[in-house]
Design a protein around this ligand. Structure first.
Ligand SMILES: [Fe+2]
Length: 324
């Protein structure tokens, strides 16, 4: 038996035991997650599942979050996972993530994911892009880059979606090449007069946004961010003024830092669905349900594993972005 198959069956066995001994969250069915039929587009966005062959509890949390989606009567235009899909970028971890999501993939017209530092940090770049993209392509509605890289763009219900990704292996930050920055500039330029927001998804946030460095436990000036290219990226966003930048990586709960209006762009830092959320509202399995209208966007935080929207006393449990 191959090592990856062995690890996969161990992951399967551990999750089954957690289910058997009732160690998993069971979402409440009375308040199911809902898409708004009057919206132009409805999304579910999760940060960092970080499925790991050494942490069965992460699988259990994502399993519970998936049950919540399964309980829904709605269908959504996309599921977006904001990087660190896995802990080690291992084959068995992607295969197990695929298994966890298999019960809900028919709820989404599109399944997207960007890579996080954990997906790529220990891996040969070329092999890992192939592994990551084949993971996405294993879903009927999975969308992956076709150019051997991570980054690409597409449209969902007339809105441009840009998936960013590192251009070489990096341990914690994300190396974004000049080529990707130039491409991004062109992509935004092409949308300049559309009158619509552009949805950009990346694992790491920009420097000095979303409560950094506090939200990365206050460590260092660059830590927790995109890295060296942060200023260049910000410059591009500010040039066009229509960017919604969704990121993960911080493992920080729904809080006053989740949504930041950076005037020329909006920065949204999504909590983790699989790992521990730091900060005051430290519940597991948090994420956002986003509904997009002609004139506004409404984002609602949800504790998926409990089947509940986050109570209104928590900052940014619901926030609105006005579109002008
Ligand atoms: Fe990360």
């Amino acid at each position: 038996m191959k090592i990856s198959d062995m690890l996969y069956s161990r992951m399967e066995k551990s999750l089954n035991n957690l289910i058997k001994y009732k160690r998993v969250l069971v979402p409440n069915k009375e308040t199911p997650v809902e898409a708004d039929k009057n919206a132009n587009m409805n999304l579910i966005i999760w940060g960092d599942p970080q499925i790991s062959f050494i942490s069965p509890l992460r699988s259990a949390r994502v399993y519970s979050a998936c049950r919540d989606v399964e309980n829904s009567n709605s269908e959504f235009d996309a599921l977006v996972m904001l990087g660190d899909i896995t802990e080690y970028g291992a084959k068995c971890e992607y295969a197990f993530t695929k298994k966890l999501l298999s019960g809900i993939e028919n709820k989404f017209s599109n399944i997207f994911a960007v890579t996080g530092n954990h997906d790529i940090r220990l891996r040969n770049y070329k092999k890992q892009t192939a592994r990551f993209n084949s993971f996405l392509n294993s879903f009927e509605n999975g969308k992956a880059s076709k150019n051997g890289k991570y980054y690409f763009s597409t449209y969902v219900n007339g809105y441009k979606f840009i998936m960013m990704g590192a251009d070489r292996t990096a341990f914690e930050a994300s190396y974004i090449s000049d080529e990707q920055l130039e491409w991004l500039d062109k992509e935004l330029k092409a949308e300049q007069n559309s009158g619509k927001p552009v949805f950009i998804f990346n694992h790491q946030p920009l420097k000095n946004t979303n409560g950094l460095p506090v939200t990365f436990l206050g460590k260092g000036k660059w830590r927790g961010t995109v890295g060296r290219e942060s200023d260049k990226l910000r410059e591009i966003f500010e040039k066009y003024g229509n960017v919604l930048f969704f990121t993960g990586h911080l493992h920080y709960c729904t809080s006053q830092y989740t949504y930041e209006d950076c005037v020329r762009f909006k920065a949204i830092s999504v909590p983790t669905v699989g790992v521990i959320n730091h900060g005051e509202f430290g519940k597991f399995t948090q994420g956002y349900v986003v509904s997009v209208y002609d004139d506004k966007i409404i984002a609602r935080a949800r504790v998926f594993g409990e089947g509940k929207y986050v109570e209104s006393s928590v900052p940014n449990s619901e926030f609105q972005i006005d579109l002008k």
